[in-house]
Write a protein that binds this ligand. Structure first.
Ligand code: CMX
Length: 435
């Protein structure tokens, strides 16, 4: 057993009695209620999911295992000479709740290297797809096609006790974590870089190897360490994490569940917003002939978009009610590394004008920027300008949290998800509407 699996086993043993006790002794205690608006309106804020891996406070933002983003970035081990931590160490934190030592992190770095070989049939399937297929479709397909390798599925078919199910789920998660960045970089080089594939580097960590396989020089490796960590988890209710949890609740394996989570991420109200931000900015740039608009000019572009019935991508959030700390952390990176970049100036200009406009329009509950408003700028600066690829990057990051949650879902025996539907007539009845 690896140090990580060993630590995880201890954590699971210690945690199980808490869940059992809550169900057995306090199962009938209410933790929330549901209104008609919530039932019709996408279950906003309904307190009906449980995870200990991250918690999203509307005003403070995300905490990973109780730690804010700055605390997490500070405490995780970093490769020598680098500003941002090993992604591998963050996986250790998400799974166990403990910050790993350098030694434990390096053990994980080595383990992922052993697990990361992508089978040839996965490559063949990706290559057989029309080259203009959206990269998220390629990515989700690549994950799904590997389902035949699921150790969870194999163990289930042989017959495995409920208490042991987390172990093959962990093996599946580890294999996926190791392969996700490799597959993502493969798609990028095949689709956008004239099929000039770069094989994995023998010594680099996950972030370093990803940058290497993308063919992008330093400090892109550090950017991607930051990026993957920031995008990893946003508690359970967001569409991608929730989809993963729902699918796995049928005792479906990690390949089915993560692939489905990617499908949810591919919508423009969720992860695809990062490509939409760059597409929107490019549209403005074209109209401006490359010049950065004044605030008044930018206001007009924003109002034109709103008046044509579209959302401003990268702004608003279903839970957050302040500027997303993930936006701020990426902004800090930009201020340090690309302060004079024209697209960064565009994003800053949007930061100056959009919140007031959304407030004036009076619809969005949160007028502030979210994670997607800033992430594409950095990619563009380092030459990754094919913005329909950006959601794949989000998908690699989100996989860290989705898969960590799936391991714990199995460890705690979370059951099949099955909320109850009502008809409109029933709601009218509940509301006391007579005619
Ligand atoms: N621009 C214009 N209108 C917006 C808006 C925005 N950025 N954000 C919210 N609104 C509108 C909604 O469309 C909704 O309008 P209707 O009443 O006409 O349907 C109204 O304001 C109320 O929405 P809300 O309760 O504030 O927000 P929701 O929880 O419904 O939706 C989100 C949240 C993120 C989908 C929404 O803010 C949005 O569409 N933002 C733009 C897309 C985006 O950036 N998505 C990425 C989010 C982060 C991520 O998951 O990656």
């Amino acid at each position: 057993m690896s140090s990580l699996m060993d630590r995880l086993a201890g954590k699971i043993e210690a945690h199980r009695p808490r869940t059992v006790r809550l169900i057995k002794e306090y199962g009938s205690v209410k933790c929330g209620e549901v209104t008609i608006a919530q039932a019709i309106g996408g279950m906003r804020s309904v307190r009906s999911l449980v995870t200990d891996i991250s918690y999203l406070d509307p005003h403070e933002g995300i905490r990973f295992r109780g730690h804010t983003i700055p605390e997490t970035l500070e405490a995780l081990p970093k490769p020598a000479g680098k500003e941002y931590p090993y992604v591998e160490g963050h996986i250790f934190l998400l799974l166990t709740g403990d910050f790993p030592t350098e030694e434990e992190t390096l053990e994980l770095v080595e383990e992922f290297k052993v697990r990361r070989a992508v089978p040839q049939y996965v490559i063949d399937v990706m290559r057989a797809m029309p080259r203009d297929t959206h990269p998220m479709t390629m990515f989700a397909t690549a994950v799904l096609i590997m389902q035949r390798e699921s150790e969870f599925k194999a163990a289930y078919e042989k017959g495995i006790s409920k208490m042991e199910m987390w172990k093959p789920m962990y093996e599946d998660a580890m294999n996926l974590w190791a392969r996700m960045p490799v597959i993502a970089a493969y798609i990028y080089r095949m689709k956008y870089k004239a099929d000039t594939i770069i094989e994995p580097h023998p010594t680099l960590d996950m972030g370093g190897n990803f940058a290497y396989m993308m063919g992008v020089a330093e400090p892109y490796d550090d950017l991607m360490r930051l990026y993957f960590i920031l995008h990893s988890d946003h508690e359970s209710g967001n569409a991608s994490a929730h989809t993963g949890h729902l699918v796995a609740s049928t005792l479906s394996d990690a390949y089915y569940a993560y692939s489905a989570a990617l499908d949810a991420l591919a919508g423009p109200l969720h992860g695809l917003a990062n490509q939409e931000v760059l597409r929107w900015i490019q549209g403005v740039m074209d109209k401006m002939g490359g010049e950065v608009p004044t605030d008044d000019e930018m206001k007009k572009f924003v109002w034109d978009t709103l008046n044509s019935g579209q959302v401003i991508p990268g702004f608003g959030h279903a839970v957050l009610r302040k500027t997303d700390p993930r936006y701020m952390e990426q902004r800090n990176f930009c201020i340090k590394n690309l302060p004079n970049d024209p697209i960064f100036e565009y994003v800053n200009s949007l930061f100056n004008v959009v919140p007031d406009i959304l407030r004036e329009q009076g619809k969005a509950k949160n007028p502030w920027p979210n994670v997607d408003a800033q992430s594409g700028v950095c990619q563009w600066y380092y030459g990754v300008t094919d913005y329909d690829f950006y959601t794949v990057l989000f998908g690699v990051g989100r996989g860290l949290g989705v898969l960590a949650n799936l391991v714990w879902d199995r460890a705690l025996g979370y059951p099949l998800e099955r909320p109850k539907s009502l008809t409109t007539a029933m709601l009218e009845d509940v509301a006391g509407i007579k005619e």
